[in-house]
Design a protein around this ligand. Structure first.
Ligand code: FAD
Length: 407
């Protein structure tokens, strides 16, 4: 909802070209691009710096996204520390089937935990490029975003007073639970939603990875995933009913199911460890169209959610942020509007492509556990085809890595 009459009780409203709401990968990347172009902006973040630097989430970053960060001077630590992955392994029918995507395409995946990327981006923005970032802000409100004089206000955590910032543009980068999406006018906005009717128990284990690559277990009990995060920590997933209570999953039950669903002849046993995180994610997607209204531009999860089935959400957030940051800089420094005019459409082409892949992969991961023998049969046929048909393998690798030349 847009609040049309800003009432600030701060002494002097501020003015900057851009206010960025949310300091996740999208907002911090936009902020960094603007600072590199010497454009002033303010980033408003509801949480503390410590909290966002530790929030565990994504880990898999596509190569084009890393190159995009590198071009903008934002990938120094990542390139030094991230693992490069060259293959993944599907486990079904009691056997492991390795899919060597780098051998097929020449491209690889980077594994770099999201908290490390966020830490790098905050440091670069605030400590190196001198950007203004305000943590712990409360009750952020948008005003007059459909005019050329928008503003944003918030409650200052120290004084409790409402602060007002006038700006030319608002970047809504506040994720799935933010406020900026609701400022789009409902009569001109379409929100497409998809619910998979499936839950994933997301786990972080204090245990070294049990394989040198990502594992996808396709099992009649349900999907299981294994993804390295660091030499000491591994992310695991277990398919479960949506809305399931994590407390239903004791340490013993978790490891028993992981062992069964990820079983493969000749594979070494899983390295078990203490569970650091245990929460249920209900698998659903949404896409907001268009991602723009007036002077408000959404980016990342604020505009579209992709269930972590295909590990695409942060990649899409970075793609939006590159386009939005570059387009705002072109407009504000050169008066070039072409990027801003085509922003929503350019983002949404990749978004929809990734959504479709997510849905396809969901059928593969969850089909054998559906209880429907027909779906189970077609799922296994799809999986076998990946290893029997070079054309099917090439198509899968392209989508898995996000390397299509055009979207
Ligand atoms: P966010 O990271 O959500 O950042 C939004 C920020 O806005 C937050 O810091 C939030 O505190 C702040 N905020 C919210 N509301 C307000 C407000 N009102 N005012 C001010 N600030 C506000 N993606 C991948 O690409 N690869 C993966 O491997 C992967 N794995 C995942 C695993 C899990 C378990 C989960 C949950 C997600 C995963 N994702 C993955 C998705 C990825 O984490 C998200 O897509 C990504 O964080 C989106 O970035 P963002 O900047 O758009 O939003």
């Amino acid at each position: 909802m847009t609040h049309s009459s800003p009432h600030a009780n701060s002494p002097s409203p501020q003015r900057v070209p851009v206010v960025v709401i949310g300091a996740g990968p999208a907002g911090l990347t936009v902020g960094n691009i603007l600072r590199a172009a010497s454009i002033d902006c303010v980033v408003l973040e509801a949480e503390s710096r410590k909290f966002i630097e530790q929030r565990p989430r994504a880990g898999v970053i596509e190569e084009w996204a890393v190159r995009g960060l590198e071009q903008r001077g934002l990938a120094g630590n990542l390139l030094e520390r991230a693992q490069r992955h060259t293959m993944c392994e599907f486990r079904f029918g009691g056997r492991g089937h390795r899919f060597p995507y780098t051998e097929l395409t020449g491209h690889h995946h980077f594994v770099y935990p999201q908290p490390l990327l966020v830490t790098d981006l905050v440091r670069e923005y605030a400590d190196v490029r001198g950007g203004d970032i305000r943590f712990g802000v409360r009750d952020v409100r948008l005003h007059n975003t459909d005019t050329d004089r928008p503003s944003v206000s918030y409650l200052c955590p120290e004084t409790g007073r409402r602060q007002l910032i006038h700006c030319d543009f608002v970047a809504g980068c506040d994720g799935a639970r933010g406020v900026t999406r609701s400022a789009l006018p409902p009569e001109r906005t379409r929100i497409a939603r998809h619910d998979y009717g499936i839950g994933w128990l997301a786990l972080l284990a204090e245990a070294p990875p049990s394989s040198d690559c990502v594992l996808f277990g396709v099992h009649p009990h349900g999907f299981a995933g294994h993804m390295a995060r660091s030499p000491e920590v591994t992310r695991y997933y277990l398919q479960c009913p949506p809305g399931d209570d994590p407390e239903n999953w004791s340490h013993e039950r978790v490891w028993t199911e992981l062992r069964q669903r990820l079983a493969a002849a000749d594979a070494p046993p899983l390295t078990e460890g203490r569970l650091l995180e245990k929460r249920v994610l209900d698998m659903h997607d949404y896409v907001v169209e268009p991602m723009v209204s007036g002077r408000l531009f959404l980016a990342g999860d604020a505009a579209h959610l992709t269930a972590p089935i295909a590990a695409k959400g942060m990649n899409l957030a970075l793609h939006d942020a590159f386009l939005l940051g570059d387009s705002l800089a072109a407009h504000l420094t050169k008066g070039d509007d072409s990027g801003l005019d085509g922003y929503s459409e350019a983002c949404l082409r990749r978004v929809w492509d990734y959504q479709e892949f997510s849905q396809w992969l969901s059928d593969v991961y969850h089909g054998t556990a559906s209880g429907d023998p027909y779906r189970a049969g077609t799922t296994l046929a799809r999986l076998r085809r990946l290893f029997a048909s070079p054309a099917a393998a090439a198509a899968f690798a392209e989508q898995y890595l996000g390397t299509a030349a055009q979207f």
